[in-house]
Design a protein around this ligand. Structure first.
Ligand code: SAM
Ligand code: SF4
Length: 333
């Protein structure tokens, strides 16, 4: 459906858990206090599927399964399959840290997963440990290889941190030379622990890339559901993408709403405003006749409302105006 600013909103990001098997220092650092959401507050797969059905009625046809780490939730691959099979659903993709990808790849392939975004900030195992708290670098690389071997489209998401992995950006971009993988640099956003970090601006990287590869060209072919800008470098198998949340304001191309792990519909990443979808389920608990239809009506109207409440633009460049206080792990990126 169209929002108030004439943008087509056809994509929903669903956070299915706030649990994670890594502790990335800008997202959920070791020792941080995010009270774990009690299980009864986490939407069940059945509820998520009902929400997806209502979303389809609103014109949303593409879904991203995210977390926390989606693959730590039991039966995640099975959920992906059920979501993919819903009438009207055109695309189901996932954002994962990749640690559990290898062991889930067959099930995900069978489920019909269309593409996977793997978060990988470094090619050096010791730096991976410093960033994430765990020695799991090899698992992520193997997960990427397995996804490619299974014929699932792969993108790498990289967040650069000064003094940690910022000197490695060119090597990371080099993955796209060797493999049919798009590598995307995401600017650190001032959400949760991300506020404590410097932003490394994509503009700078793009300029440096252009100096190294003067024949690189903007790639206008569609690469997924997002506001990333892509460039193609001759001889590279994949493209290089830039998600420049801070200065390269991409809000005019925003196509999404988000569902947090506790069932809050979020019109915009930057603002705390949400619509509580769990209330819909609470209202009809114990109602037998026609409960599903009534819930669908209310879910549809809440989703429409949240699309119509999307602001024109985020305010990441004005820190004082950001009203989102949740951690990224609850929102799902
Ligand atoms: N665990 C999964 C993963 O790491 O891909 C999915 C959830 S994670 C919150 C989704 C994405 O958000 C990851 O690519 C992560 O690097 C990114 N992220 C987390 N905090 C961020 C921040 N403050 N700014 C920009 N990206 C962030
Ligand atoms: Fe976990 Fe993803 Fe956050 Fe890292 S970025 S702590 S993998 S949810």
């Amino acid at each position: 459906m169209l929002d108030r600013f004439n943008r087509t909103i056809d994509y929903m990001r669903m956070s299915i858990t706030d649990c994670c098997n890594l502790r990335c220092r800008y997202c959920m650092p070791n020792g941080m206090k995010v009270p774990k959401v009690p299980m009864p507050e986490v939407l069940s797969y059945e509820q998520l599927l009902e929400i997806a059905e209502a979303a389809v009625t609103c014109g949303i046809t593409k879904f991203k399964v995210t977390g926390g780490e989606p693959l730590v939730r039991k039966d995640c691959a099975d959920f992906v399959g059920r979501l993919k099979r819903l009438p009207g659903v055109e695309q189901v993709t996932m954002t994962t840290n990749g640690v559990l990808l290898k062991e889930n790849i067959d099930k995900l392939k069978l489920a019909g997963l269309d593409a996977v975004n793997i978060s990988l900030d470094t090619l050096r195992p010791e730096v991976f440990r410093d960033i994430t708290g765990f020695d799991k670098h090899r698992d992520v690389i193997e997960g990427m290889e397995e996804a490619l071997a299974a014929g699932i489209r792969v993108k790498i998401n990289t967040v650069l941190q000064r003094g940690m992995n910022d000197q490695e950006w060119l090597q990371l971009a080099g993955i796209a030379k060797e493999k049919p993988v798009d590598v995307r640099f995401i600017e650190m956003m001032p959400i949760g622990y991300g506020k404590k970090f410097d932003v490394i601006y994509n503009e700078e990287l793009q300029d440096r890339l252009e100096q190294i590869f003067p024949d690189m060209e903007e790639d206008v072919s569609i690469h997924g559901n997002g506001p990333a800008r892509y460039v193609r470098i001759p001889g590279f198998m994949g493209s290089i993408g830039f998600i420049s949340a801070i200065h390269g304001k991409f809000c005019s191309e925003c196509n999404r709403i988000r569902l947090t792990v506790t069932g809050k519909l979020k019109p915009c990443l930057c603002y705390g405003e949400t619509y509580d979808i769990r209330e819909v389920f609470a209202s009809y608990a114990g109602v037998d006749t026609g409960a599903y239809e009534k819930r669908q009506d209310e879910l549809v109207s809440l989703i429409r409302k949240s699309v119509l409440e999307k602001p024109e633009a985020h305010c990441f460049e004005k820190l004082a105006e950001i009203t989102e206080t949740r951690e990224m792990i609850e929102i799902g990126g």
